[in-house]
Structure formats: C-alpha cells, structure tokens
Design a protein around this ligand. Structure first.
Ligand SMILES: C[C@H](O)[C@H](O)[C@H]1CNC2=NC(N)=NC(=O)C2=N1
Length: 121
C-alpha cells in the first residue's frame, strides 16, 4: 500500500473540526490528551491504544503520566499528518469514548474507580 501524501494544515483543521473536536493539530502531528483516574488507569488506556495501533499497523507516540495519556500521531513514512493518522485517531476516540448506553445492562465504571475522565463538553 502506497504511503498517503501529507495533508495540508487547512485540510487537517477542517477534518478535526468535523469529526475530532477534542484533537488538535500541533507541531506537525495530531494531538490528544485523555485525563485518567491514576497510574493504573493510565496504563490500561495506553494498552487499549496500543492494541488499536497494532491492529491498524499505525503507531502513535504516547506520553504517560499519573493522570493522563498524551497521544501524538503522524505518519513517519510520509513526514506529516495523513489520512492514516485521522483514521486511527477516529478509532481511538471511538473506543476510548465508549460508555454503556442508558438502556445497557452494563453499569459503567463507578466514580470511585475513576478510569477515563470524561471531557467537559
Ligand atoms: C516500519 C514502519 O514503521 C511500519 O511499516 C509502519 C508501522 N507503523 C507506523 N506508524 C506511523 N505513525 N507511521 C508510519 O509510517 C508507520 N509505518
């Protein structure tokens, strides 16, 4: 599969505004920070991201902290942000953003076991 061409900054900004409002374009990469409920939650989230990256065969840089996971996505072989980065960012956002629905039998993570802290708005 040929390496896609790097996208222009206006195209990236438009696509982020359309489908990835919590992501930003910064220093030549897509960036997203998830707040977590502590180190164990950070490592669980990092492993979930790693799982998706390996299945996608497209890999981010991760920064891990006691209460956050920082993601940096760019396409190394293209030297910039491509559709591959946007596609993986959408999958990460979809799976890390999943919560049981109001009609689900599943309760979701109790507040006292804070895992991924929901973004304000
Ligand atoms: C060897 C090379 O890294 C691989 O073919 C794939 C795997 N994951 C990758 N991930 C990212 N972010 N960019 C790449 O160019 C890339 N290439």
């Amino acid at each position: 599969m040929a390496t896609p061409r790097p996208l222009s900054s206006p195209d990236i900004t438009r696509r982020l505004n359309e489908v990835l409002p919590h992501w930003r374009h910064q220093d030549g990469a897509l960036r997203r920070d998830y707040r977590t409920g502590g180190w164990r939650a950070t490592l669980l989230a990092a492993n979930a991201i790693a799982h998706l990256a390996e299945l996608a065969w497209h890999h981010p840089e991760l920064e891990l902290g006691y209460d956050h996971v920082g993601i940096r996505l760019s396409t190394h072989s293209a030297g910039g942000v491509t559709d591959l980065d946007l596609a993986l960012a959408e999958e990460i956002e979809r799976w890390l953003g999943w919560r049981p629905g109001p009609d689900s039998a599943l309760s979701g993570t109790p507040a006292e076991h804070a895992y991924l802290i929901d973004d304000p708005g």
